[in-house]
Design a protein around this ligand. Structure first.
Ligand code: HEM
Length: 55
C-alpha cells in the first residue's frame, strides 16, 4: 500500500557509490563467509547488519 518515494534516488546513489568504491578499492572483498554474516531481522529495513571487508 505504501512505497518509498525515494527508492529510485536511493538506488541511483547506491549505484554511483558502489561503482566508485570498487574503482578505488579494486581488491575489496568480504572478510567473512556469506553464510556467517549477521542479518537485521527486526527492522523495517531488512538486510545485513554488518559486512566486514578486506582489501
Ligand atoms: C537508502 C535510502 C532510503 C531507505 C532505506 C528508505 C526506506 C523507506 C521505508 C522502509 C519506507 C516505508 C515504506 C512502507 O511504509 O512500507 C519509506 C517511505 C518513504 N520514503 Fe524512503 N527510504 C530511503 C530514501 C528516501 C528518500 C531519498 C526520500 C525522499 C527523497 C524518501 C521518501 C520517502 C517517503 C515520502 C516515504 C513515505 C511513503 C508513503 O508512506 O507512502 N525515502 N522509505
Amino acid at each position: 500500500m505504501h512505497q518509498c518515494i525515494g527508492q529510485p534516488l536511493a538506488r541511483a546513489e547506491l549505484r554511483v557509490a558502489l561503482v566508485e568504491l570498487a574503482r578505488r578499492f579494486p581488491r575489496l572483498r568480504a572478510a567473512t563467509e556469506a553464510g556467517r554474516l549477521p542479518t537485521r531481522d527486526t527492522s523495517v529495513v531488512f538486510g545485513l547488519d554488518a559486512l566486514p571487508v578486506t582489501w
